[in-house]
Ligand binder design. Structure first.
Ligand code: HEC
Length: 120
């Protein structure tokens, strides 16, 4: 009897794990089209490419800063590392100090490439 109950419990657990799997897969899937480096740094927790989330869409950022020309890349890279406030609303971006300058430049380059007509 006890054995039968144990077996039942175990089966239920297996079933629960199987049922939870598709949900986990969806949650773990990176945003489509996102630069893998940006996914690795969890930028997509607050940013999407097209929609506003907690932070502005990367396309909106690209549109706004691409008019600054080549200097925009360095400026954005430093903003990514240092964070900032008041440029898009009342929610500040906390500093992302774990991101190296090299990685921040690569992400900034990718963000700016999202501007319409970008040749980057
Ligand atoms: C916890 C949420 C959060 C995370 C994580 C986050 N951001 Fe942000 N980000 C924001 C918010 C909020 C703003 C708007 C800040 C403002 O209004 O100045 C912002 C603004 C920006 C801007 C525009 C800066 C400006 O001054 O116009 C860039 C570029 C950016 N984020 C890139 C990134 C990148 C790249 C990552 C990953 C390394 C990242 N963010 C991670 C919330 C976040």
């Amino acid at each position: 009897m006890i054995l039968a109950v144990r077996l039942l419990v175990r089966q239920r657990r297996v079933l629960a794990v199987i049922l939870a799997m598709p949900t986990l897969a969806v949650a773990a899937a990176p945003l489509q089209g996102l630069l893998p480096l940006a996914a690795k740094q969890h930028c997509d927790e607050c940013h999407a490419i097209q929609e506003v989330r907690i932070g502005p869409s990367f396309q909106a950022v690209a549109l706004r800063y691409s008019v600054e020309g080549p200097a925009a890349e360095e400026r954005l890279a430093r903003k990514i590392i240092n964070g900032g406030a008041g440029n898009w609303g009342n929610v500040p971006m906390v500093p992302n100090e774990r991101v190296s300058l090299e990685d921040a430049r690569a992400i900034a380059h990718w963000i700016l490439s999202l501007a319409p007509g970008s040749a980057r």
